[in-house]
Design a protein around this ligand. Sequence first.
Ligand code: PGA
Length: 255
Amino acid sequence: MARRPLVVGNWKMHKTSREGAAFAEELLALGLPDGVDVALAPAFPALESVGRVLAGTSVALAAQDVFAEPAGAYTGEVSAAMLADLEVSLVLVGHSERRRGRGEAEPELAEKMRRLAERGLTPLYCVGETLEEREAGRTLEALARQMEAFEAFGEPPGSLVVAYEPVWAIGTGRAATPALAAEAHADIRRLLAERFGRDAAADTRLLYGGSVTRGNAAALFAEEEIDGALVGGAALEPGSLLEIARAAARSAGRD
Ligand code: PGA
């Protein structure tokens, strides 16, 4: 069974609405390969302008976060319904910059995924150990703890995607080696299988994230367990993201 590769560009707090739309136009003009799904995750203010450019194309619109409540008096927050209304299809949940910087933990992240599933949106659930956890031999324990966000789900919320993003590799230029990433992916898939069964686990796309570049993408994608990438810094330039998408398509033998 072949999982179709997926490459997601996470712009974080970069690119205004205008800059995002210009990027999307440039990326489409370059032409994307077949055999890979590509998504862009702009900041909330750029979702509408980027979505307008991507409408009717093969590139999906993603969001970087969602609030855990469906609606109400929550100043500054954005609901799953608001994202669905903008034709967002994929939403990051539990990025380490939110787990650490904003104190988000599993119970809240589970609620976020529940809100997304209610609206038919796909969660892109991020997990990954800190350097301290890895050095203490507690990587699997950290991953298992983060996967507890699925505890209340009888089946995967929506068409789930999981990203393995070791915290020490994000934005550091120190990507995990393909072998290390593949080992963590195998652990994550095993944890998914224990919870949701082998078939659901086998169908779930597992992305690697953390200093992915056009230089190291092919080696990472050569690992069968790695179904694509969640890309930060290297997704800020269209040509760079395109090269990573091409490497993913090649790994699936479709470019
Ligand atoms: P990076 O970020 O590619 O800049 O390391 C990845 C991420 O945080 O999703």
